[in-house]
Write a protein that binds this ligand. Sequence first.
Ligand code: NCD
Length: 297
Amino acid sequence: MDLLTIDSLSDRQIGEILDRSQLLFEENRSATRAVQTLTGRIVFNLFYENSTRTAMSFATAAHRLGASALSLSVEHSSVKKGETLDDTAATLGAMRPDALVIRHRENGAPARVAGIVEAPVINAGDGTNEHPTQALLDAAAIQHRIGHIEGLKIAICGDIRHSRVARSNAKLLPRLGADLRLAGPLELMPNDIPQLSIDEAIEGADVVMMLRVQRERLEEDLGDAPGEYLARYGLTQQRLARAAPEAIIMHPGPMNRGVEIDSAIADDPVRSLITLQVEMGVAVRMACLELAIESDS
Ligand code: NCD
């Protein structure tokens, strides 16, 4: 089974991934780590865009399940000799991996690859489109901390326009019963979303998720002076005071400290879930690899 978008998952599959992730999370913390559901399987990692968390957590997830993860170093691959994505997909598919994880700068690239290779394809982020495993790990991290998502007020703030994390979360979190608010600077908001100020979005929120400004995807620089973004749109102590008293802080990473988030808030040992998100990322990707591979065999 391919995992390309949130909408491609049924409610039941989402429930299964989230429940399984909580178990695997505990298992990963235990000394035994006995999960070996994918022994002998091979997972290909194909990252055309930079990644620290997603690439390493997919590889770690595969290894923890007893599978091997092989990463193509795109920089050193035949992509640099002009090979097309379709030809690369056909080549890798011919090696018969058990799953292929792909991140690509073009929207829809994982779906395209899924049409070529037989193995299940997992989208690890395509352009500004979707990043379904990130949304799943965000949901699992919230569930881990708060116990539920239903009825929570969740604010996602920052560069919504370029964020595949926001797009996948905008599909997943309301499906799980959250009241979602998206806000950002006007030039970083999609045109089809009603304009809300960051302060309005954060008001009374139980969860505040901040996003990086994806300057690499901007056609024109924002032209902001140092410190200006944080003061106008970032998560400062002053802004956070508008949220619910015990609101939790999230960020998919990578963070630009002092830009979208005050550094001390990111490091708040109680309220910041940022490290937990990363840890949960391994468990969620384990659950996703199991679902994708096992439902195929
Ligand atoms: C994000 C991504 O690549 O979409 N990072 C991630 O996977 N955790 C967000 C970003 O790049 O800002």
